[in-house]
Structure formats: structure tokens, C-alpha cells
Design a protein. Structure first.
Length: 76
């Protein structure tokens, strides 16, 4: 949702590859966490899912930061 809500300072939203990477990583991480819970899988599977979710947050921040930074500078 933030992909659409964050302001655009040009006519484009910038490089969308990190946003798509975040989408894929987040969904993969959620699926791993859910499957680890259902299957009583080893803790490594749960930890991998959580790492993927954290990587998704980092990828989205990489995409969103150039859109947030001009607004922060404008606010002074």
C-alpha cells in the first residue's frame, strides 16, 4: 500500500525492482513461517522465514527512501 501512497517527486515512482523484491521476499518469508508452524519443522526454517521478512523490509526501505527524503528536507 505504501508503494502507492508515498509521494512521487517525478512522474515515475523510481526503480520498482526493490519494491518487487520486497513483495517476493515478504511472501516467501510468510510462507516459510506458516509452513514451519504447520509442519513442526526445524527452527532453521522459521529463522529463514524471519530473515526473509527482514530482508523484505530492507528492500522496501531501499525503494521508498528516495521518495521520503525530499519530503523530510522540505519539512526542515
Amino acid at each position: 500500500m505504501a508503494f502507492w501512497i508515498l509521494p512521487r517527486w517525478q512522474t515515475q515512482r523510481g526503480d520498482v525492482r526493490p519494491a518487487w523484491l520486497a513483495f517476493v521476499l515478504l511472501n516467501a518469508g510468510i510462507w516459510l513461517v506458516v509452513l514451519a508452524s504447520w509442519l513442526a519443522a526445524p527452527a532453521g526454517m522459521l529463522a529463514t522465514g524471519r530473515v526473509l521478512q527482514a530482508a523484505a523490509m530492507a528492500a522496501f526501505a531501499l525503494h521508498a527512501w528516495p521518495r521520503v527524503k525530499p519530503w523530510m528536507e522540505e519539512q526542515g
